[in-house]
Design a protein around this ligand. Structure first.
Ligand code: ADP
Ligand code: NI
Length: 217
């Protein structure tokens, strides 16, 4: 199994080499280390957790043109490594359930899935979350902030297309909600510090955005 994990690392590194959307190898590597730590604290089958953490972004619709083809390629790769069929099904199921899109996503069924999802979410908040969000917004041409675009959590497809979404909006739409959505107690604990840091950042951002000298002595 160790050999397969190593090959998975190499395969993913090759695939994400040119990524500019915050899904680079450094992200995968941090998610992997979060997942290994969470597994040590919370249990679960370590090989499933390790492989799902390493492979969780190779089918992301932000990265690949054809998501179904990416799933096929991933399954073929896992088969070629002689990963047992039951494990392949579990890994694919975790990756499919992982992305947070809208509110009615079904909850993660297994501890392995819960851990990998928490690991990915930990890297989406805190200082890493802030940095990745501004990288992403820059890459797709969003502004950092628009005065009237911040407080609402939801936005229509049309508003998105018209460039109404901003980096700051993304905190309210998603990042500030992630702490409560953590599946495991260990991840909840780790999330608190990162969450507080984002709150501080937003307070400071708004203060500096206003550049208000009227109330300064
Ligand atoms: P993950 O790899 O954690 O599953 P996503 O695929 O949702 O994350 O997004 C990758 C990174 O880009 C994350 O850090 C996320 O916060 C950021 N991101 C995603 N959508 C937006 C958006 N609309 N505006 C700003 N940042 C975004
Ligand atoms: Ni990810």
């Amino acid at each position: 199994m160790e050999e397969i994990i190593k090959r998975a690392e190499e395969w993913v590194q090759e695939k994400l080499k040119h990524d500019k959307t915050g899904h680079d190898w450094a992200h995968i590597s941090r998610v992997y280390r979060h997942a290994v730590y969470l597994a040590a604290k919370e249990g679960g089958q370590v090989p499933v957790i390790e492989l799902a953490a390493l492979l969780h972004d190779v089918v992301d619709d932000k990265l690949v043109e054809d998501v179904d083809a990416a799933y096929m390629e991933l399954m073929d790769w896992l088969h070629a490594q002689c990963v047992p069929e039951s494990m392949i099904i579990h890994i694919i199921d975790i990756i499919k359930s992982m992305s947070f899109k809208g509110g009615n996503r079904p909850p993660m069924k297994t501890i392995e899935g819960q851990i990998v999802q928490d690991a990915d979410r930990l890297d989406a908040i805190g200082a890493m979350g802030i940095a990745r969000t501004f990288m992403y917004a820059g890459a797709v041409g969003h502004s950092m902030y628009k005065e009237d675009g911040m407080v609402r959590e939801t936005m229509t497809e049309e508003e998105y297309r018209n460039g109404q979404s901003t980096a700051i909006h993304h905190f309210y739409e998603k990042l500030l909600k992630l702490k409560e959505l953590m599946n495991t107690q260990t991840a909840k604990k780790l999330a608190q510090e990162r969450h507080d840091y984002m709150e501080q950042f937003l307070t400071q951002f708004m203060k500096e955005w206003k550049t208000d000298y009227e109330n300064v002595d």
